[in-house]
Design a binder for this molecule. Sequence first.
Ligand code: F6P
Length: 551
Amino acid sequence: MTLTVREAAWARIAELAGRPGAGAIRALFEADPQRFERFHRQAVGILLDFSKTSVDAAALEGLLGLAQACDVLPRRDAMAAGEEINTTERRAVLHMALRAPRGAGYRARLPSGETEDASASVDETLAAMKRFTRAIHRGEIRGATGETFTDVINIGIGGSDLGPYMIGRALWNARSPMRPLYLANADAHNWEAIRPRLNPHRTLVLIASKTFTTAETMANARIVRGWLEQNLGEVGARRHLVALSTNQEATAAFGVAPERVFGFHDWVGGRFSLWSAIGLSIALSCGWTAFSQLLAGARAMDEHFLTAPPEQNLPLLLALLTVWHVNGLGLRSQAILPYDHRLSRFPAHLQQLEMESLGKSVTLEGHPVGRETGPVIFGEPGTNAQHSFMQLLHQGTTPVPADFVLVANPDHPFAENHRLLLSNGLAQAEALLRGRTPAEVEAEMAKAGTAPEEIARLLPHRLFPGDRPSTTLLLDKLDPHSLGALVALYEHKVFCLGALWDIDAFDQWGVELGKKLATSILPELAPEGTPGNHDPSTGGLIARIRELQAA
Ligand code: F6P
C-alpha cells in the first residue's frame, strides 16, 4: 500500500519515536556536550531551550518533514491572507490584524465578497479606545455623581476574561492608573466577594462578551447593573456602563449607549481576543502605553512566525515538540510553569487557548483524526507548583513534559529572592532531566550515617528516574512587549498544531451541549419547576437539590 506524503511523515515520527531509548535525554547530553548550543533558538527576545527533551537531530528532521508534509506554512499563509480557515464556522482567523498597522496586508472578506483592509477598522477602534482611556484617566469622563473613576470591573468569561485578566495581573502595579477587577463565574459568590471593595460612584463597568448572549456574563451584568441603579439611579447607572462586543443590537437592548460600545469582528476568536476591544480593561488599568507595547510585542512575534525559516521558527518548533511528546512518546499532559508570580494566570489562559482549540477528534473533513490531539494543560507559578504537584512530575509513573518560563531580571529590588526563584526553576528542570541513581542515593544516605537496612528500605522511594522532558523559555524582562510576544508565541503554536493534526483549532462546538442542557435544567430547579427527562443520576441529583432547598 502506498502512503500519502502526510502518512509517510507520520510513519517516520512513529519510527523515530520507536527507536530503542528514544525517550532518553541524559544519553544525548553525554554524546553531545554542545547539545544546548544545537537545540536552543532565540527570537523576539525569547530564548527557547529544548535541549532537555529527547529530540535529537534525526527527530528534528523528521518533525520538520512532518510540518512540510502537513503544509503548515502554506496554511499559515492562508490564515494571514484572510481565507476561511475556520471551516466549520466559515470564518477567517485574523487576530494578527489586531496588532498590525493599517496597510499591513491583512484582508477581511465582506458579505458582498469584496475585501477590505482588516487593520483599518482595528485602527479606528484602537483610536476610540485610546481617546476613551485617556479621557477616563484625565478625569474628563466621570461617573454619574461627578467623581473620577478609580476602579474598572470587567464582566466576561472564557476569552472575554482569561486573557485580559492574565495580562492585567502581569502588568499592573501600584503606580498603574486604575484598579482592575474581574468577574467571570456565574456563581454570585464571586460578585459578593468583589462588591465590598467597590464604590459605585467610582466604578466603571465593562461588559465583555463577543456574542453578548453568554448566560453567565449576562447574569452577572444584570446583577452589577442593578447595583449601579440602586446607588445611582437608572440614568446614572448608564454613565458607568461600557460594552465590548460584536453584537450592537444586544448591547443597545441592554442599555449601553452606542458611543460606549467598542466593537470587533467575527474573525476574532474569543480566546484570541485580548488584543481587540476585549482588552480595554488592560488599557484602562495598566495604561495606554502598556497596551500598545503589548500589541507591538505580539506583532513582532507575528512577523517572526510569518518569515522565520522552519528550523528557526519558535511557534512551529514549540508545536513540533508537542507532537513529539504527544504522538511520538504518548505523553498526554503538559505542565506550564512560569517562574514569575506576575504570570500566575498564564496557565489558565493557556488552558483555554490550547484545550478549547485542540480538544478535537475529527479532521477538517469530518473524519476521525486517528491519533491523539491536544494534551491536558495545567500549571501554577513556580515555586508554588513545587509544593503542590511537582512530586508527580518527578516520581509519577508517566513523564509530564513541562514548559518553564524564566525571567532573568525582575522589577523589584529583592535580588536575593529573585536568585532563589531562578535557582528553583533551573533546579526543577535539571532534576527532571538528571534524576537520582541508586548509587547516588546510597552514597548520600551512608554519608548521613543511615544504617544499611534503612538505606535498603528507603532506596526505592528516594530514586528519581530522570530523563523527564522540559522546555525552557527565557525572557530578559517581563514587560508589555515581551509578554505580548510570549502570548502570541503560544497562539501560533496552537495554530501549527491545528494544521499538523488537520483539525479546526478555531471552533468550539464541544461547549454547546452543556450550555443547551443547562438551559433545560434551569427551570426544573425553580420552586414551581417540574422534573424533566434525565438519566437516573442527573434526575436523582435534581430531586435531592430540590428537597434540600425546600427543607
Ligand atoms: O466557552 C465558549 C465560549 O464561546 C468561548 O470560546 C468564549 O471565549 C466564551 O465562551 C465567552 O464568549 P463571549 O465572549 O461571547 O461571551
